[in-house]
Structure formats: C-alpha cells, structure tokens
Design a protein around this ligand. Structure first.
Ligand code: ACM
Ligand code: ZN
Length: 537
C-alpha cells in the first residue's frame, strides 16, 4: 500500500515537472499561439518604455501604453529611446522586418528581465499593447477586475485573420455626441478592431457639417419630433437635433488614428436622403417640399438621378468629406432606394433614354458608377450596400453584404472585394435574448452564440474567390436606441464574440473556451464603465 502511494506520488511529481500548469490569462480576441513559461516580470516605477523616438507611429503606441499603465497601475513610467539604453527592466516596442508578422501581427515575450513587443508596423505594436493590458488585468476579486504589476511569463505570436474588422454606428436615427463616439472607439480598440463605419446621413438626420451647404446641418440635423416606440401614429413632441462640426470630425479622426482605427464615413445616396432634401429640395424629383423623417422605414422621395445638379451637389459634399477622412474608402450607402419617384420624373426618364438605360435599376447603377468615377479621380474607393449590384456593379466597387450573404458571394465571384455583414448574424440592433425580458429592439434574434459561430468566408467560394472577403463587421442601427447605456448593452458582449470572428484563427475557435475567458473580460468592460448584457451562463 505504502509502495503504491510512493509510486503514485512520484508519477504525480514527474507530470508536474514536465508540464507547466496553464495559467488562465483570458485574452479576447484569442491570440494565435500562446506558450506559457515559468518566469514572470514585475512592472515597477523604474520600468522604462523603450522605442524608436524618431518614429511618430511608435510614439503613439508608447504614449497610449504609458497612459494606460498610469491609469491602471498608477505608475508614471519613463519613456526613452531604444538605442543606447539598457534593456533591463523595460517594456520594449521593437520594430522588426519579419515575414511572419505582416502589417498587424506582433510577438509578445514576457521574461524576467523585460517585456518585448515586436512588430513590423506600429499597428502590430498597438495590438501587442492591448494583449499586455489584458495580461495585467487578469485577476478578479469579488466580481471586480484587479490590475497586477506581476505579468505572467509568456511567448505570444499573434496575427489577425482578416484585414477588415469593422463596427458600424448609426448616428442619424439618434445622435450620439463626440464624447460617446470616443468611448465607442475605445472599446473597438480594446478588441483589436480596425475599422469604424460612421453612418452620418439618413432620412431622419444629417449629422456632418458641410461648409458649402450650411442648411444641411441647420435644417437636415433637426427633426421636430420622433415616433414613440413602435407606434407609427404616436409622436414624442420632442425636437431631436445634432451634428458634428468639421473640427469635431477632425478630432474624432485623430482619436481613432491614435488607436489604429480607420473611419469609413457613410454618405447615403440616392435613397435615405430625406434630411438632405429637406434642406435642399431642388435635388429631389418633385422639388419638394420635404421634411426630415420622424418615423423609421424607407421613403419614396430620393435624390433625382436625372438632374446634373444633383451630381454636383453630391460631389461638392464628397469633396469636403474626402478632405476630412484620410482612409481609402468612402461608403455611399446605395441601399433601399425605391424607384417610384424616378418612374414619374421627366428628368429621370429622359436620362434613361439618353444613356440607354433599360430600367430604374440601371439608372441607380448609372448614379453609383458616376459617383465611383469621381471618387477614383480623388484617390478613394467606393464601398456600398449590396443593392449596388442591382442594375450592374460599378467597376471597382467593394460590396458590403447585408441582406444575407448572396450579394457577397456573387460579388466575390465577379472579382470584387467584399465585407460581410449579414443581418442574420451581424446586426446588433437585433434582440440577443428572449424579447420579453429585453429592452426594445428592432426584432430578429442574434445571440452571443450566433455571432461567435459566424464564418465570414462562404463555402460557395473557392480559394481565389475567398481572397476577396476582406473581413466582416457588425452594424448598430439606432431607431430604437436613444441612450448610450442601451447602445452599449446592444454592443456588449456581442462585440467580444465578433472580435474572435474577425481576428482569431478559424481552427482554434471554441465557444466554450470563449465563454470562460469572457467571464474575466466582462469585468474589464465593467471597470471601464461600459454597460453590457450580463452573462447568462
Ligand atoms: C441596411 O441595413 N439597410 C443596410
Ligand atoms: Zn428625378
């Protein structure tokens, strides 16, 4: 009996020695490879952040890290140049030239002597910093996150699966101020998302200052009242108003760039344009008058596609938009454009004759192609909702597939780039649980498992066609969301699941493992004062 005990004990000790117990580090999105080591690094007030101080992009990463460590550990670390400085007791942001890291990948090594984050570009370094911040916020106590200066020894190699990791926000149905937009960008950055699709114009509000057309914000950003709940007959008697000045837009663009997020502005055309028409009725088919919409849905009054002045109007607007947003994409909407007004409009009908367009769908295609030419001439790329396929796709257009995946599949097969955002899995305005106990939503049902299980590359595509799937994004339409707490509730924790869809390797995805990590991760959201749907597992 005694002998058996000793044999068992020796076997147990041997097994302990061989395998380092896997500590729980709970990173979201899940990195590609994590190796645990037995060492650990202790951050103290003498720890120095080292990087190439002549590199402005790495300077951004170093400053972000510095500020976060001050906020979370109350340590005001020194920043110094990486050349000629001892590497001991430091956090190094090393610029590399490595094939395996691409433009957004990073390696994070935590050893006793220091912490090294290596990357080819500052983007990768920023993602390494995000992972590091999750390593120091891994302890929990009484349902609260505890920041820890002791960092578990690890060797992480991480690289994103997709180049387009997007989140959208509709600020037209309800307006959200720049402080909230910054908070929204912060939570995207935390999840290594790199694209913020800002839906700036719609029937219910025009939200961006355009200097050449001052009535756009004056009139288009204002609606005297709004329908109540889902009752199309009842109104709240409360004016709703809001737009971003160009100075505020610049501030947000910079804020996002400092977090390696590109903003894709959306200027809707030719449909969803009532707010623009309320301000400038001469660009509609009938000449108006028009009103900023106070109900939701789709409206027959759209921009006149037969009038050359409409194109001048849109191009003037886009000229200002292009100057504000340095990213390569401009989203032109293109969805849900009824053709009723065009059918009755002599200018639109004449245009169809002169341009040999068979029907109003081809007229919409003519509209989009004309705008695409303008964007290309200004070094921008056009992206639009999948309705831009109807009547023929503009030659270089990128398609955002929202009415399911068919539009995306069709476009990729034609050699066009695609961003997947099917309403079945990527619409965060849908219910995420039984409606009875949830705040009002537009409908649908898209729970955490549904989002996590989403696979952006459709099996219908071969390897070559699949390369056109740039990635995926989730959309947050705000008809029924007027408060920031409600908006955060709709986004979190579904964004956490989406981040693994677009960042983590398909072969390692595991919903059960994700749920375990999420229990810690959700406390990080709580600590940052985000509202979120409580986990029910
Ligand atoms: C959309 O949801 N209408 C793009
Ligand atoms: Zn017309």
């Amino acid at each position: 009996m005694k002998k058996l005990f000793f044999i068992t004990l020796i076997c147990f000790l041997l097994s302990c020695k061989k395998e380092i117990q896997k500590p729980e580090i709970n990173v979201i999105p899940q990195p590609l490879k994590i190796e645990y080591t037995q060492s650990e690094f202790k951050i103290n007030k003498k720890t120095t952040i080292l990087y190439d101080q002549s590199d402005k992009e790495f300077e951004k990463v170093a400053s972000y890290l510095h500020n976060e460590l001050l906020r979370t550990l109350n340590l005001d670390l020194r920043k110094s140049d990486i050349k000629n400085h001892s590497k001991r007791n430091s956090i190094l942001l090393v610029k590399k030239n490595s094939n395996k890291l691409g433009s957004e990948g990073y390696e994070l090594h935590v050893i006793k002597k220091n912490i090294t984050i290596s990357s080819n570009e500052a983007n990768g370094s920023f993602y390494g910093v995000q992972t590091l911040l999750q390593l120091i916020s891994n302890d929990t106590l009484n349902e609260n996150i505890v920041y820890n200066t002791i960092v578990q020894g690890v060797k992480i190699y991480d690289i994103p699966r997709f180049q387009w990791r997007g989140m959208h926000l509709d600020v037209c149905r309800h307006f959200f101020d720049i402080d909230f937009v910054k908070k929204y960008i912060d939570v995207l950055a935390m999840h290594k998302m790199n694209t913020f699709h800002w839906h700036l114009t719609d029937d219910q509000g025009w939200r961006i200052e355009i200097k050449k057309y001052p009535k756009l914000p004056e009139k288009g950003a204002f609606r005297p009242q709004t329908m109540v709940g889902k009752n199309w007959e009842e109104f709240d008697n409360t004016p709703h108003f809001g737009f971003y000045t160009q100075e505020e837009i610049k501030e947000i663009v910079q804020y996002a760039a400092d977090r390696f997020i590109t903003i894709v502005p959306e200027i809707e055309m030719p449909g969803h344009s009532l707010a623009a028409l309320a301000a400038y009725p001469e660009y509609g088919c009938t000449g108006g008058p028009y009103e900023v919409a106070k109900t939701w849905g789709v409206f027959d009054d759209v921009l006149c596609a037969g009038n050359d002045k409409t194109y001048e109007f849109i191009q003037d607007i886009l000229t200002e938009v292009i100057q504000l947003f340095p990213g390569k994409y401009i989203h032109i909407g293109g969805d849900e454009c009824p053709k009723a007004a065009w059918e009755k409009c002599s200018k639109c009908q004449k245009r169809m004759k002169v341009e040999y367009l068979k029907n109003e769908f081809e007229l919409q295609s003519y509209f989009i192609r004309r705008i695409e030419k303008f964007l290309i001439a200004n070094n921008k790329k056009l992206i639009g909702w999948d309705e831009i396929l109807e009547g023929g796709l503009a030659p270089e257009a990128t398609v955002m597939s929202w009415r399911g995946t068919e539009g995306g599949i069709h476009s990729a097969k034609m050699g066009h780039d695609v961003v997947m955002s099917p309403n079945s899995q990527c619409y965060f305005d849908h219910y995420q649980a039984e409606p009875l106990n949830e705040p009002l939503a537009i409908g649908g049902f898209t729970d955490l498992a549904e989002v996590y299980g989403y696979e952006p590359v459709p099996h219908e595509l071969n390897e070559q066609e699949s390369k056109h799937i740039l990635g995926a994004q989730a959309n947050v339409w705000t008809e029924y969301i007027s408060k920031t707490e409600h908006l955060e509730y709709m986004v979190l924790p579904r964004l956490c699941a989406l981040s693994e869809v677009v960042w983590s390797a398909k072969e390692y995805k595991n919903f059960d493992d994700f749920k375990i990590r999420l229990k810690t991760h959700i406390l990080r959201l709580k600590e940052k004062e985000y509202n979120y749907r409580k986990l029910d597992f």
